[in-house]
Design a protein around this ligand. Sequence first.
Ligand SMILES: CC(C)(COP(=O)(O)OP(=O)(O)OC[C@H]1O[C@@H](n2cnc3c(N)ncnc32)[C@H](O)[C@@H]1OP(=O)(O)O)[C@@H](O)C(=O)NCCC(=O)NCCS
Length: 393
Amino acid sequence: MAEAGKIKNIGLRGVKVADTKISNVDGENGILIYRGYRIEDLAKYSTFEETAYLLLQDRLPGTSQLEEFNRQLVSARQIPSFILNTLNGLPHGAPPMDVLQASVPLLAMADSDLTDDSREANVTKAMKLIARVASMVAAWQRIRHDKEPLPNDETLSHAGNFLWQLTGDKPDPEIAKDLDTALVLHADHSFNASTFACREVVSTQAHMYAAVAAGVGALSGSLHGGANAQVMRMLMELREEKDVPGWVKQQLDSGRKIMGMGHAVYKTIDPRAQFLKEMCFRLGKKLGQEHWCTLSSEIEESAVSEFERRGKTTIKPNVDFYSAPVYHMMGIPGDLMTPIFAVARIAGWTAHIIEEKFGDAQAKPALYRPSSEYIGNYCGKTGCTYEPPEKRG
Ligand SMILES: CC(C)(COP(=O)(O)OP(=O)(O)OC[C@H]1O[C@@H](n2cnc3c(N)ncnc32)[C@H](O)[C@@H]1OP(=O)(O)O)[C@@H](O)C(=O)NCCC(=O)NCCS
């Protein structure tokens, strides 16, 4: 028995629970790779569709393979009408992440090949989920504002069509490209909490949709994907604030966190944050809204120097810090920022689910079953004496 009070709450930091061939985070050097490719190169040269193919298929597609994949994604965008009817019946104030988490099992019900657990069928399920999570987030935004969901525009990219279905305006190509890049940057991140949740669920041989629903739940928390919405709240709160360094100091003095900063793995700048910061200033200039980026950068500077003063030299902005102002300038409301994280991360989740399901990076699939230290009531091997209720004190 463990000594009472010494609880092991290590958050699995540094524990290598499995091998993976999908992505790697080198936290010391701030390097992220998907299937061997640097995130900077993918962000600059790839598209979300091509990156999703890379994550799922372990190679970059040739022209015809990419065309075919794009065609399949486009044709899978439409959400079955019974799901739209269900969404229509939900309370309009429901948080979009809860709606998304509730919708994923509906997609399972719409899958006539649900019980086909072959690799091919799972790749098809992944492709449908990648297409439809975006459609679902956009549809809910319309429905909750008493608007009809919009038909997809086959001529637009995944990111462009998402913006169109969300807003009802054909997107500026440069903004659609920036969203596409943001989706690439968010598409995977090795064994983060939501991906691990997906892998854990699918290790029981549950189907892909069950695993993705768990991933959405894990992503919703403010220490994970939910941080971007919290960053936006902070920016809104601070937009009139003249004394940002004073606010930062007060926040830390009172034991509160600066959202969008710090990371369980990165001990230096998150390469995705670096990229999004540049995007923020470029987009801000184009849209005349640079003040969001200046404010973010002011908070970053104050927080980093205040952390350093307190001996915490490794806390820097993470992916959520600059994605919040970027999404805000794109016209995306705060409570849709985490769902948009899911729109991107669905590519990584489904790739990891397939890897886990088929034991692609290990000898054979294995059920996750960690152990714990029991530190509760203990009366020896015979157990405590059971007394009927009337005899209990
Ligand atoms: C992501 C996060 C959970 C990682 O936590 P972690 O692995 O425990 O981080 P560390 O071990 O580096 O933290 C070390 C210390 O810095 C503190 N710290 C870390 N990030 C902080 C932040 N953003 N604001 C204030 N303090 C922070 C921790 O509370 C801890 O303090 P303590 O030693 O006094 O208890 C954490 O940085 C955090 O909560 N960030 C804000 C939420 C966020 O942006 N999440 C998105 C992650 S992509």
